[in-house]
Design a protein around this ligand. Structure first.
Ligand SMILES: Nc1nc2c(ncn2[C@@H]2O[C@H](COP(=O)(O)OP(=O)(O)OP(=O)(O)O)[C@@H](O)[C@H]2O)c(=O)[nH]1
Ligand SMILES: [Mg+2]
Length: 605
């Protein structure tokens, strides 16, 4: 059977996973009675909840005698760390571009990587059914993008289709509004070259993705670069420097068939498959027959730019809601994550029972924390820090390209706020329908915590896209949070009467009856300094008749409940987010007020 390996790449939400669904359905990959969810490839809990792809995944369909292996990739920049490795596994890419949004930062990023690897993209102007589609213009923008990215003449001669992935049709003109995806299958078969792989050489396979299965253990996925692997064949794993890491057998070989992985007897050069049987081998290793000593080249990964400290939860409420609370458990879990998630780096921190976890962004680390709390972990999380570099030209820090779409009315506020965060505006243009598209180059440090503010400044209508740009000159001090916080001066239950009074001081984050502890943050102070308060204080029962008036007669504004990501972006350097399976609490790092004063004095000195 002939074979094609193709990846789908695009900016976040441009419709990759939805298109894969339709490619499945129309190829008859599903049995007629098989019930399938929308965006079936987004199989992780968090992927389904958030409607985004977090992990790249492989699948395979059969179309008129050709097997097409498809890799669905994440569009969000935080999860794009592996995209380069994935691209080196395929011979072609389908570049999706939303017919209204046009090329966005991540479109540029993935296109740049694909072109640099010499791939010839198939461009699909997607969501052509949108009422605000401007397909022809978008196509021109894509062409300009290719030119800017130094595409070769051959690459500039890309095939174009217009499609609605969700409605399941594609065609060669922008007026197409029905039909099937037939033209897309045909274009893949015609334009994506068959894999060039040496079937007669020794067996060599580069591990690109890693996952685990309760029954078969570690599953290594990648492209067979040469030769054939058969079940139970002896194999060994080589590190990128050629060191033998492990020897064993290919106890199971699996191929992708729709949403499933099915066992096969053997696999040959050019196919994307999974191998089980090894216990140590990991991403970027070469799996080969024992005679092979030369590893395959593994694409380097962009380095992490942001780090957070994960510590054992040492709050007075530690261990009440979670089951995984020890330093050893946290350590094992983090190192396991770093192994399969190439964009995450874990190091033992200088502080006791703490680990520095570096990654590509707040969302990526936020997702990791969210997964851990669902598994039963409790953690103390510190404010994210960007990773500086010290070089001959002094200190540099990560910058991002930020593309913002807002209603014209809000553009002034946004420009002002971004300037305060030391961002430089590089472009501003009307984008139609009373909206403006503003592009900035901004130090990542200034962007931490801005998204929430941006949404409230634009009444929820603004759209912000961020992408790593470069390491550039250090921008100096950037002003952080302006407000101080309200800190509980003791432990106990939050009292409605006390909270009623405290509401005048600022915005509260707790409700009556909630357990509190000394040093816990219970609200935001309207002023800039921190304030210790007593939220437990009950009404004095001096007058019995007056005390008949019940506490619940007090009308409190509902407390400000932050999501995990909001909380992480909110806290200051001397604060932590306490994360448990049930709760997200904000606290001071030093709970005791004297310890806090001492630490502040030490910092000031
Ligand atoms: N109008 C329209 N909407 C679409 C189409 N295809 C997908 N969508 C919608 O666009 C949203 C994003 O779709 P996904 O398939 O998850 O996009 P994605 O590119 O996989 O997103 P990430 O994996 O997070 O980068 C969903 O709400 C889809 O229903 C289309 O052809 N037309
Ligand atoms: Mg997706």
């Amino acid at each position: 059977m002939s074979l094609r390996n193709v990846a789908i790449i695009a900016h976040v939400d441009h419709g990759k996973t939805t298109l894969v669904d339709q490619l499945f359905r129309q190829s008859g990959t599903f049995r007629d009675n098989q019930r399938i969810d929308e965006r079936a490839m987004d199989s992780g809990d968090l992927e389904r909840e958030r409607g985004i792809t977090i992990l790249a995944k492989c699948t395979s369909i059969e179309w008129r005698g050709t097997r097409i292996n498809i890799v669905d990739t994440p569009g969000h920049a935080d999860f794009g760390g592996e995209v380069e490795r994935i691209l080196s596994m395929v011979d072609g890419v389908i570049l999706l571009v939303d017919s209204a949004e046009g090329p966005m930062p991540q479109t540029k990023f993935v296109t740049g990587k694909a072109l640099a690897l010499g791939l010839k993209p198939i461009v699909v102007v997607n969501k052509i059914d949108r009422a605000d589609a401007r397909a022809q213009e978008v196509l021109d923008e894509v062409f300009d993008l290719f030119v800017n990215l130094d595409a070769t003449d051959e690459q500039l001669d890309f095939p174009v289709l217009f499609a609605s992935g969700r409605n399941g049709y594609a065609g060669d003109n922008a007026e197409v509004r029905d039909g099937t995806l037939e033209p897309l299958y045909q274009t893949i078969v015609d334009h994506v070259p068959a894999p060039v792989a040496d079937p007669d050489g020794p067996f060599k396979f580069l591990v690109t993705l890693l996952d685990r299965d309760n029954f078969v253990g570690r599953i290594l996925t990648g492209l067979v670069a040469s030769g054939t692997v058969k079940v139970n064949m002896p194999i060994h794993a080589l590190s990128p420097d050629g060191e033998v890491i492990e020897t064993g057998r290919a106890s199971k070989i699996m191929a992708f068939r729709g949403l499933d992985r099915v066992p096969i007897e053997q696999a040959s050069a050019g196919d994307i498959i999974s191998i089980a049987g090894l216990t140590v081998a990991t991403v970027a290793n070469t799996i080969a027959e024992p005679g092979v000593t030369e590893p395959l080249h593994a694409q380097p990964i962009d380095p992490p730019t942001l780090s957070m400290r994960f510590s054992v939860n040492d709050s007075p409420m530690a261990g009440r809601e979670g089951t995984k609370v020890t330093s050893r458990m946290i350590r094992d879990r983090l190192f396991r994550e770093a192994e399969s998630n190439v964009a995450i780096r874990v190091t033992e921190s200088s502080e006791k029972d703490s680990f520095d976890v570096a990654g590509r962004g707040e969302l990526q680390l936020g997702v990791l924390i969210e997964m851990m709390r669902r598994e039963g972990f409790e953690l103390g999380i510190s404010r994210p820090r960007v990773l500086f570099r010290e070089g001959p030209e002094g200190r540099t820090e990560p910058y991002e390209t930020v593309v913002i779409d807002v209603d014209d009315d809000y553009s002034g506020t946004v420009v002002e706020k971004m300037a305060a965060r030391k961002a430089e505006m590089t472009d501003m243009r009307p984008s139609g329908g009373g909206k403006t598209r503003i592009t900035f180059s901004a130090p990542s440090r200034g962007l931490i915590g801005y998204h929430g503010e941006f949404l409230s400044d634009t009444r929820g209508t603004g759209i912000m896209n961020r992408l790593f740009e470069k390491y550039g000159p250090y921008k100096g001090t950037i002003e952080g949070r302006k407000n101080g916080v309200l800190i509980s001066n003791g432990g106990g239950e939050a009292n409605a009467y006390a909270l009623g009074f405290l509401e005048e001081r600022g915005v509260l984050m707790v409700a009556p009856g909630e357990p509190l502890y000394e040093g816990m943050i219970i609200g935001e102070n309207a002023k800039t300094d921190d304030l210790e308060v007593n939220p437990m204080k009950a009404k004095q029962l001096t007058n019995f008749r007056a005390s008949g008036g019940k506490d619940d007669a007090i009308r409190l504004t509902p407390p400000w409940r932050m999501t995990l990501e909001q909380a992480i972006a909110y806290i200051d350097d001397d604060e932590l987010v306490e994360v448990t399976p049930k709760s997200i609490r904000l606290r001071k790092r030093y709970l005791d007020s004297n310890d806090r004063k001492r630490a502040n004095r030490a910092r000031a000195a």
